[in-house]
Design a protein. Structure first.
Length: 187
């Protein structure tokens, strides 16, 4: 069998929340001068937190989109902190909040080199055009994620909704690469 898998690193977790009310973005700007709001360029405002280090887009519709978190838990904490700040300042009355993880982006190192040319034929649902992009795009059905594989053995996984899906997908891919002789481990 092969070496142990190096750590999977969660790079970004995107979470969203839908508040059951509209928000007055101009009032948020007046109360929180550190937010970024340029309505002529983008319809939402950017609310940044230092802990956890995230940016939450707030829209007048009551939709929030948080990016930059390094875990599901951190993403939920960030959204709840923004909501708490809005409530404390009388900008939000609803308590009905549904936070959902939309996407997890992670990177991993397989500690070997991957034969991308052979992988195109050995894996289903792939796309590889090295003149345009050095990575092979592999669409996995279960869990439903997209992997970018690089000859160096590095990969990026996107589309997962849970951290456990990332680990499952990376381990499943590693097993497939080994079984089909598509990875050579460094000694």
């Amino acid at each position: 069998m092969s070496e142990n898998l190096s750590n999977v690193n969660i790079e970004n977790v995107v979470a969203s929340a839908f508040l059951d009310q509209r928000l007055d973005l101009n009032a948020i700007v007046r109360l929180f001068p550190n937010v970024e709001y340029k309505p002529e360029q983008f319809p939402g405002l950017v609310y940044r937190l230092k802990k956890p280090k995230t940016a939450t887009l707030i829209f007048a519709s009551g939709k929030l989109v948080c990016t930059g978190a390094k875990s599901e838990n951190e993403a939920r904490k960030a959204v709840l902190k923004v909501i708490e700040d809005l409530k404390k300042n009388g900008l939000m009355t609803t308590s009905n909040v549904n936070i959902q993880i939309q996407n997890i982006v992670a990177s991993a190192e397989l500690n070997g080199t991957i034969d991308l040319e052979k992988s195109i034929y050995a894996l289903e649902r792939t796309m590889y055009e090295p003149e345009q992009f050095p990575g092979l795009i592999y669409r996995m059905d279960s869990p439903k994620v997209v992997m970018l594989l690089f000859a160096s053995g590095k990969l990026v996984c996107t589309g997962a909704k849970k951290e456990s899906e990332v680990v499952e997908a990376v381990n499943k891919l590693k097993k497939i690469l080994e079984e089909r002789g598509l990875i050579k481990y460094r000694s």
